[in-house]
Design a protein around this ligand. Structure first.
Ligand SMILES: Cc1cc2nc3c(=O)[nH]c(=O)nc-3n(C[C@H](O)[C@H](O)[C@H](O)COP(=O)(O)OP(=O)(O)OC[C@H]3O[C@@H](n4cnc5c(N)ncnc54)[C@H](O)[C@@H]3O)c2cc1C
Ligand code: HEM
Length: 463
């Protein structure tokens, strides 16, 4: 029988050399895991002696992380102190079989098979109707069809006349239609098997929403997708496009959420977050803008992938699931690649005619060459001046620079965002040093301090 503890007893274990936490009414001793935790030791330190269930779940840990947890189990919370377990929404997209079938035509054949059966069934159904109502059609056209297929023998009977004629007619239509689709599916497979540098990615097919397949990513399980295109945008920035199994697959990433990418590097697993610049309207692909850091593990791994190499993704991750009523004014502070989650939101806001959120973006970089998605941001600002205003800040500004220089300061935030109010939220994403400085600035200006793990309801949300 597992040892039980009261919450009071757990509270005593909050030192670095003796750190326990509670999750789902179970007690874990994380002392030996502090330095190893991929999310950093600070978060665990802040939760030492406390219940970390919600924080752990908000992060969206992988299945591997959940398995690792069990290695640190020391007991359970006593019955009188046990809490009702936190309800967790975990979408379960069971689509793995499709993903393993890259380059195989089996899937298309099976779809073609199904389509043919469907066409025949529809044909017979329609014919039954037609058989009854053939009188409605002009006698001449029916006769012409009969003549055309030499069906004199078969067509000598009311209902069956119609059934036979229309089945053949529908069969021909279905055959042509199915072969058109066949071309399309073959094209998709071709894209996944034959990788040509800078070749256009998976062809896009816009289908009615109800025909779109379930999202292809899984929130806990990593799934592999091939690199199908790589563009070098500047010496250390790449646009990478990964192909989904079919051109009709949607990523299923709610606006505001991101993916995790994992790789085994020198025998150790590492994972990092990335916010695709593509969204659910861009079917069949995942597009990332990745900045390569000197010595950076995953960014260098990504930049050195060859076309066709498989990379592991999971998602959606993160508690920001944007909706247009989130707030009236959104202040964004981004540093470097921290622009990607902001860009995802900006794009969604600008492309939604019913979203009137006003976004003020403060975007910090070293030099103007480091500004990511500049062209796209300027385009949105020009087309939607009421929705978006961007203020760049550069450490090394070029001659004649019309925006700010140095760092994003408290004074600049005050000038651009104004006083905090209940309909004003702030989103932050950037290097840890910048985030910490911004947290301090915002709190000093009267904004609410962000929690250990950000929630969508927070006034200051950190990606
Ligand atoms: C929500 C979210 C979305 C993001 N979206 C994107 C995106 O779309 N595109 C993108 O490019 N990035 C994005 N990022 C950043 C991304 O997750 C990674 O942090 C980034 O790619 C760097 O990872 P890395 O493994 O290459 O570097 P790391 O190995 O984590 O290193 C980062 C930097 O620290 C330095 N460093 C590493 N170890 C040490 C050490 N021991 N001492 C001193 N310095 C060290 C490295 O040289 C490097 O410069 C996002 C981050 C978040 C949180
Ligand atoms: C025994 C407890 C824990 C284990 C074994 C664990 C394990 C892991 C692992 C393996 C990762 C890498 C990403 C993944 O695979 O999900 C990770 C990331 C992370 N963890 Fe934990 N974790 C634990 C507890 C917590 C708690 C209590 C928090 C509270 C906030 C936390 C916050 C994070 C964060 C913020 C990340 C980085 C998220 C990312 O960008 O992927 N972890 N953790």
């Amino acid at each position: 029988m597992a040892q039980t503890f009261t919450r009071k007893e757990i509270e005593a274990h909050k030192r670095d050399d003796d750190l326990w936490i509670v999750m789902h009414n179970k007690v874990y001793n994380l002392t030996s895991y502090l330095e190893e935790h991929p999310g950093g030791k600070e978060l665990l330190q802040q939760l030492g002696g406390l219940d970390a269930t919600e924080a752990f779940e908000e992060v969206g840990h992988s299945d591997e992380a959940r398995e690792t947890v069990e290695a640190f189990l020391v007991g359970e919370i006593s019955a009188e102190d046990a809490q009702e377990d936190v309800e967790i929404y975990r979408p379960n997209f069971e689509v793995t079989s499709r993903i393993t079938e890259y380059g195989s035509n089996n899937k298309s054949s099976s779809i073609l098979g199904k389509a043919t059966v469907l066409a025949v069934v529809l044909g017979v159904g329609a014919s039954a109707y037609y058989g009854k109502s053939s009188k409605v059609l002009s006698r001449t056209s029916v006769d012409q069809l009969k003549g055309l297929f030499s069906l004199q023998m078969m067509t000598s009977g009311g209902f069956w006349n119609g059934v036979t004629t229309a089945t053949i007619f529908n069969g021909i239509v279905a055959f042509i239609g199915v072969n058109k689709f066949k071309e399309h599916f073959m094209e998709v497979n071709k894209v996944h098997t034959k990788f040509t540098l800078h070749k256009a990615p998976t062809p896009e097919v816009l289908l009615p929403k109800k025909l779109l397949k379930k999202p292809i990513l899984h929130p806990q399980k990593y799934r592999k997708f091939p690199l199908i295109r790589r563009d070098s945008l500047s010496p250390n920035v790449y646009r990478l496009v990964f192909g989904l199994p079919r051109s009709t697959d949607g990523l299923g990433l709610p606006t505001g959420t991101h993916v995790a990418i994992r790789a085994d590097i020198n025998g150790k697993a590492a994972s990092r977050s990335y916010t695709p610049t593509s969204n659910d309207k861009d079917l069949g692909r995942i597009e990332l803008i990745v900045k390569v850091y000197p010595g950076g593990l995953i960014s260098n791994y990504l930049a050195t992938r060859e076309l066709g190499d498989l990379v592991e993704f999971r998602g959606p991750k993160g508690s920001m699931k944007y909706h247009r009523d989130l707030c009236k004014n959104l202040g964004m502070i981004a540093g470097g690649t921290g622009i990607t989650p902001m860009f995802q939101l900006i794009r969604a806001i600008c492309e939604d005619p019913n979203d009137n959120t006003k976004v003020t973006l403060l975007y910090g970089n070293q030099s103007d060459a480091d500004i990511l998605l500049r062209h796209e941001l300027e385009g949105f600002e020009r087309r939607f001046p009421k929705k978006l205003s961007v203020w760049h800040v550069l450490v090394q500004a070029p001659e004649g620079w019309k925006y700010g220089t140095g760092f994003v300061t408290k004074e600049l935030i005050k000038e651009k965002f104004g006083a905090p109010s209940s309909d004003f939220k702030v989103h932050l994403c950037g290097p840890p040093g910048m985030i910490n400085a911004m947290k301090t600035n915002l709190v000093e200006l009267g904004f609410e301090a962000p929690g250990v793990v950000s929630k969508i309801t927070d006034q200051v949300f950190i990606f």
